[in-house]
Ligand binder design. Structure first.
Ligand code: SF4
Length: 216
């Protein structure tokens, strides 16, 4: 169905905002999210230690794409300032089978991660819907691995060569790449989340989680 586009207004009524936020929760679930919850931006937990984990131990995707440090270069202070300009967010969660997020070959392109791709797509679609609804500054953050792992694991990033992102309408920075403590936010929401590392066996956890956020 073609989305109706209405004239942009700098003043959005509380009624319209309420209706639209509800609509985005429904949309995220229709697109496959396990849950989606409206949050106040006060709910977002920022912590410089999250970004420190991009650097130590050095993430294999560090420097490989536009959406991870150092190319994605908003510092924590700047990101907090940006978030403070928004009032609400749509916090999105997708449960995935444990096998999808475990195993020594997790970083291999042969290891399939459809849930991560789906979360990027849900975030991009909610962000796009909000844009056309009159929130041109709607801002999305995917979760899980970087866009390099999800979309371009077998090819070089065109973005860092200055040739434009191959997935410009689907890729976004990750919540953790921006310094958001997505683990703590999920736990605070009551969503069960498990620490998953190289040695985690799929039998040890009930499920994996993909998380995403769209600021409205
Ligand atoms: S081209 Fe691929 S790796 Fe580079 S920013 Fe876009 S999606 Fe990410």
């Amino acid at each position: 169905m073609v989305q109706e586009i209405t004239e942009f207004s700098e003043n959005v009524s509380d009624e319209k905002l309420e209706t639209d936020l509800e609509k985005y929760l429904v949309l995220a679930k229709e697109l496959g999210a396990t849950d989606a919850v409206r949050i106040s931006t006060d709910f977002i937990i920022m912590d410089e230690r999250v970004r420190a984990k991009c650097y130590s131990p050095r993430c294999p995707y560090y420097g490989t794409n536009l959406n991870c440090p150092p190319h994605f270069d908003w510092d924590l202070e700047q990101t907090i300032k940006i978030i403070s300009k928004y009032e609400y967010g749509v916090f999105i969660m997708l449960q995935v089978p444990p096998e999808e997020q475990t195993g020594k070959n997790y970083d291999s392109a042969k290891h399939s991660i459809p849930g991560a791709r789906k979360m990027y797509e849900i975030v991009a679609k909610v962000q796009s819907a909000a844009f056309y609804d009159g929130y041109p500054l709607a801002l999305g953050f995917a979760g899980g691995p970087s866009c390099k792992r999800v979309f371009c694991s077998a090819v070089d990033c065109k973005g860092i060569k200055g040739e434009g992102c191959r997935m410009a309408l689907k890729s976004n920075p990750t919540m953790h790449g921006a310094g958001m403590d997505a683990y703590s936010m999920a736990a605070k929401m009551g969503w069960k989340i498990y620490p998953i590392g190289k040695t985690t066996d799929s039998s040890q956890i009930a499920h994996g989680l993909e998380l995403g956020l769209v600021l409205i």
